[in-house]
Structures are given as C-alpha cells and as structure tokens.
Write a protein that binds this ligand. Structure first.
Ligand SMILES: [Fe+2]
Ligand SMILES: [Fe+2]
Length: 265
C-alpha cells in the first residue's frame, strides 16, 4: 500500500493499535523515500465509519477521577491519560488529511509528519506505562476527544480552529507546569517524555495556524475574525479557559489580538 489516502483510511477504519502504528510509520518512510502516492481516487467515507479499539473504555470527562501526582497511582493515571490524548491525536492528524481533499501537497505532508510524531509520542508513553506494569487500555479514558472532529467533519477551517488551534494548543498552556512538578519529583524519564512532546506540539499548533491563515487567505476571509467566530460557534462554553501560555502560543502562530481575545474571559 503506497497511497496516502488508502493508508489514512486503513488507519482510521482499523481499530488495531499496533497496525495503526506500523502503517503510520510506513507512510512516513514512503514520504521520506519519495515513494508516497498522493492521488485521491476513492470517495471520502463518513466520519461515523472511524473505528476505535475496545479498550480503553471511554468515560464522560466529569466522571474521570482527579489525578494527584504525589502517589504512584496518580502518576500512572496521569501517564495513561496523556497516552490516550496522544493516541487520539494519531486519529485526529489522519482524519484531517483524509477528510479534506484538493489541498496543496505540503498540507498532506505536514499532517502525515504530525501523525507520525503523535505515534512516536504514544509509543513513548505506552513504553513508560509498561515500566509500571500497566498497558494502555487498562484504565478508563476521556470520552470527549473525538467530539470536535465529528462536529467539524464538513468544515476545514473549523477543524483547524478547534483541533490544532484549540485542543492541541491547550497542551502548550498546561505542559510546562506539569514538567515543573515532575522536575520537583526528580522524575527524569517523565521530564524527558513531556519535554519531547511539548517541543513537537509547538510545531503541530504552528502548522495549524499556518494552514488556518493560508486557507482563510484563499477564501478572502480575515483569519482573526474567523478564528473568533469559529471558536464561539463550536466550543462549548463559548471560549476555552486560561491561563494561556502567551510565549509558546505566539511561537505557534497565535497573534497578540487572538490571545487578548482569549484572555478577555
Ligand atoms: Fe503529541
Ligand atoms: Fe500534536
């Protein structure tokens, strides 16, 4: 299999975790070797065809227990939760490039590179959990991480605003504080994984900002007005809550005006 969209469909429609990881790295290798075919021949299947593994069992966020990093159980619950975020990020990257066709080749290359990095993040966390004799799927997981994908399945600008520029951007706000907690505990392995993820996530959000602005420009839309309007339309509660990491978000393509609007409560 060397067609990007066939591989994307296989990753989205096959619930197997290991096959998804192998296929994702396979696609990235084909890209690096110049062997990846970007021809779009088959129709896009509806988003309700996407299949997830039987485990972890998903739970409404309000029922998820509070995590306390002072106990080992809390640390395990934290890494399991982050592993789930990264696992879902593999799906989100694949779905973004699968569902929206007719864009420049660089768009597809960018999101394939993101999918490949999300797979690496997930593998690092799965390996880390195994040091505690815990497998991904042993604990319950947050059931809301696919909602924005479904809601924005027909609208590329809304998808970019809500997934890279809202969900992923949240990681830039919260991860530095979590790294500080692991630093205080002297947990070198945890610090290394979280630092690696944070470094890559700045790039993912930056690609989201880049494509958001580029596609707004093609459609003659003003990106900052469009961002405010899409977040207000799709984000439950109207706007994500801060505090926001202004420095990292600016590196990732947010403008001062967008950050002022987000912070304005
Ligand atoms: Fe990630
Ligand atoms: Fe990411």
């Amino acid at each position: 299999m060397n067609n990007l969209f066939e591989i994307a469909e296989a990753c989205l429609h096959n619930p197997s975790i290991d096959e998804k990881l192998v296929l994702t790295h396979h696609a990235k290798s084909l890209l690096d070797e110049g062997q990846l075919d970007f021809t779009s021949c088959q129709p896009v299947q509806a988003i309700n065809q996407v299949k997830f593994p039987q485990k972890p069992i998903l739970q409404a966020p309000r029922y998820m227990p509070k995590r306390n990093l002072t106990s080992q159980d809390g640390v395990i619950a934290f890494f399991h939760a982050i592993a789930h975020v990264e696992f879902m990020a593999i799906y989100l990257a694949w779905d973004l490039l699968y569902r929206f066709r007719g864009l420049p080749g660089q768009f597809y290359q960018d999101w394939l590179c993101v999918a490949d990095e999300e797979a690496q993040h997930f593998e690092l966390l799965r390996q880390h959990l195994r040091r505690f004799n815990v497998e991904y799927g042993d604990l319950l997981a947050h059931g809301g991480l696919w909602d924005h994908a479904v809601e924005t399945a027909e609208d590329l600008l809304a998808r970019l605003a809500l997934v890279p520029r809202c969900m992923e951007a949240r990681g830039l706000d919260v991860t530095p504080g979590i790294i500080a907690k692991f630093t205080a505990k002297g947990d070198e392995a945890g610090i290394a994984i979280l630092t690696r993820i944070l470094t890559d996530e700045v790039k993912h959000v930056e690609r989201g900002s880049y494509w958001f602005k580029s596609i707004c420009g093609q459609q003659g839309l003003e990106p900052e007005t469009q961002y405010r309007s899409l977040i207000s339309q799709y984000y439950r509660g109207g706007k994500p809550k801060g505090p926001f990491n202004r420095d990292m978000r600016k590196m990732a393509g947010f403008s001062d005006a967008e950050l002022d609007w987000l912070e304005a409560g």
